[in-house]
Design a protein around this ligand. Structure first.
Ligand code: SDX
Length: 380
């Protein structure tokens, strides 16, 4: 019997060491490899942060240029993968497509020797978006997109392939890029921890990533951005927002996009994505009503429940105004968090120990065995 009672959901349990990011640690907020999230979001691009999380330091110009070239090469979709994507129904959920792509790439391009983690991470970060959008356009309209858009960033490539346009509003690209930076890493979040458990058994890298995608899918975790957009979509006035909130309070249902296991006050990422979502709302394609409703819900939740928005809440309105369909929101989270997952799997493997906690046993005391002929309802 373990002395220490396990907290529900491992709340507050220190489950290992990591040098990758701080999440609310000792009031120093969110830092990736020591760099403050505000500096990274406002002064970097997602490719620099990708390099930082996977290599452990920010790239110089030459290293960044080499990474951009590598990404443009690694977004090429293998023919066999295209053939399989063409068979998947348009009703599939994008998260199931992402999980399937990770598994298929693991079969087509298996991990064959130690030290391939960086290469595989960049391959998946580069390929996930194009593969998802290849399936999306083929299954919806029979179009076979050309995934190559030159040295475009991950953000611009995704938006061009989704909108099938050669020009994207720079503020939309910047907002998307910032969202990828904000979603990139968050310590032992459920999906990251699950991935580390998987590779701690010496399982392969792709199995770790497939575990992570399946874990992220849930609405208590990565799926919250989709869930938030689903309830925000129909709310076109403050009055409708109040009716929604009051009914949720009444039924004691969760309001997705709010609250956090670690941040019990503000999620430091939320004001950054909110800033960009507000900027978008002031443009020709923006949705000021969506932002007014979102801010009203935020105000009431903070004042009445002392519960703050997490990154997912304003990511919903930001992605909506980028023109991205709601079912793709969490898939974008996968593209981004592939950087954090890669960094964590490299770290786990560098000092591995099989992860195998114990439970607090609450079952029956030892029993006398009963042969089947003696068994009936009375004595079981
Ligand atoms: C992400 O871990 C990470 O780092 C994750 C993430 C990352 O970058 O990887 O940050 C990404 O997953 C963000 C979280 C996205 N999930 C949601 O938005 C789903 C809604 N949020 C809740 O499910 C909840 O806030 C959790 C699960 C996120 C955290 O909850 P805890 O720490 O388990 O706290 P709790 O559920 O015990 O809540 C404490 C109280 C409860 O009320 P009482 O039972 O005490 O009366 O606060 C209430 C909860 O009901 N509460 C909410 C609420 N969140 C907490 N009530 C309404 N709506 C909410 N969203």
């Amino acid at each position: 019997m373990s002395e220490k009672k396990a907290a529900g959901g491992l709340q507050g349990v220190v489950a290992g060491q990591s040098a990758i990011s701080t999440v609310g640690v000792g009031g120093i907020g969110l830092n990736y490899r020591g760099y403050d999230i505000n500096d990274l979001a406002y002064k970097c691009n997602f490719e620099e942060v990708t390099y930082l999380l996977l290599k452990g330091h920010l790239p110089n110009q030459q290293q960044l240029d080499e990474l951009r070239t590598l990404i443009s090469q690694k977004r090429q979709i293998p023919c066999k993968l295209k053939q399989i994507l063409e068979t998947l129904p348009k009703e599939s959920h994008p998260m199931d497509i992402m999980r399937t792509v990770a598994s298929l790439v693991g079969i087509l391009e298996p991990e064959t020797k130690p030290g391939q983690e960086y290469e595989i991470s960049i391959r998946l970060i580069s390929l996930f978006g194009p593969a998802l959008l290849y399936w999306y356009h083929y299954s919806n309209s029979g179009i076979k997109i050309n995934e190559n858009t030159g040295k475009d960033s991950i953000a611009e490539n995704f938006l061009k392939l989704y909108h099938l346009k050669s020009e994207i509003d720079p503020l939309v690209v910047k907002t998307f890029d910032v969202s990828l930076i904000l979603y990139a890493e968050h310590d032992f979040a459920a999906s990251t921890f699950a991935a580390r458990v998987t590779v701690s058994t010496l399982s392969d890298f792709y199995s770790g990533i497939t575990t992570a995608i399946g874990t992220l899918r849930g609405p208590l975790h990565g799926g919250a951005n989709e869930a938030a957009m689903q309830y925000l979509e129909p709310l076109r006035s403050i009055q409708q927002a109040d009716q929604f909130l009051n009914s949720r309070y009444q039924s004691k249902q969760l309001i997705m996009g709010f609250g956090h296991r670690v941040y019990k006050k503000e999620d430091p990422r939320s004001p950054i994505i909110k800033d960009f979502s507000l900027q978008l709302s002031k443009t020709a394609n923006g949705d000021p009503t969506l932002l007014a409703v979102s801010q009203h819900i935020e105000k009431r939740m903070i004042e009445e429940k002392k519960i703050y928005p997490n990154l997912d809440f304003y990511s919903a309105s930001a992605y909506k105004q980028c023109g991205v369909p709601t079912p793709m929101f969490t898939a974008i989270f996968v593209i981004s968090r592939m950087t954090g997952w890669g960094g964590h799997l490299i770290e786990q493997r560098s000092n591995n120990k099989l992860m195998r906690p114990v439970s607090d046993y609450t079952g029956p005391a030892k029993k006398q065995f009963v042969p089947i002929e003696m068994r009936n309802k009375a004595n079981l």
